[in-house]
Design a protein around this ligand. Sequence first.
Ligand SMILES: C[S@@+](CC[C@H](N)C(=O)[O-])C[C@H]1O[C@@H](n2cnc3c(N)ncnc32)[C@H](O)[C@@H]1O
Length: 250
Amino acid sequence: MTGCLTIAGLGPGSPDQITPAVKQAIAAATDVVGYNPYVARIAPRDELALHPSDNRVEADRARHALDMAAAGRRVLVVSSGDPGVFAMAAAVYEVLETDLARWRDVDITVLPGITAMLAAAARVGAPLGHDFCVINLSDNLKPWALIEQRLHLALQADFAMAFYNPRSKSRPEGFEKTLQILKSYSDGDRPVIFARAVSTSDERTMIVPLAEAQPDMADMQTVVLVGSSQTRTLSHKGDVLAYTPRSVKG
Ligand SMILES: C[S@@+](CC[C@H](N)C(=O)[O-])C[C@H]1O[C@@H](n2cnc3c(N)ncnc32)[C@H](O)[C@@H]1O
């Protein structure tokens, strides 16, 4: 008997930001697989097996999930935010491709979630209102030289930018270099949004001009948004907001 594998995004943190489709998939699952803090967000219940695991074992986790689905279970793999954004959906397909015959009968569905940059952007207005790009600043899975190249090209193209995994204790220098590169291209007025733990009780979100942005304003729970040359800030009802207009004059 073959079961199914659903790869779902739990959103940035708040239960309000989990989609109805993901809630249904949680209710239907027999097994939940994922990184410890994400599995901890699933309420335990009878006949639901929880399989939390450590960080950086994505391939093992994906293989385990595929094997349980092949054995007839209704398996849910959970990620935070959206599962296709630096998360488990790609990991499952990478593993699937290593042995297509072994898992050929498993039905696989990806259910989207609200990714951190969209939750963060919504908090401060609409900084991603025009063209933007998204860069993962971790060099665990790619060389730092490639990250730097992409930063230079994104700045030359005048994209607004969102940075995931900006700064960890083991690699504090990458975000410092990122800020130096940003400052070398742009005037210091460009808004930078540091959005930490968005939609959780630990949330802390601030907008600072690029000239005042400091490396220690970001950690691994922060997504960083950087405006393009067109991004503006304004004050409304005591809040500072940022938005990027929808048009660029020719
Ligand atoms: C491995 S990536 C996973 C991204 C996730 N799949 C998503 O779509 O949001 C982890 C990074 O996402 C960002 N992140 C995840 N949840 C966040 C939140 N609630 N607030 C701010 N940033 C968050 C941080 O940059 C963190 O280092």
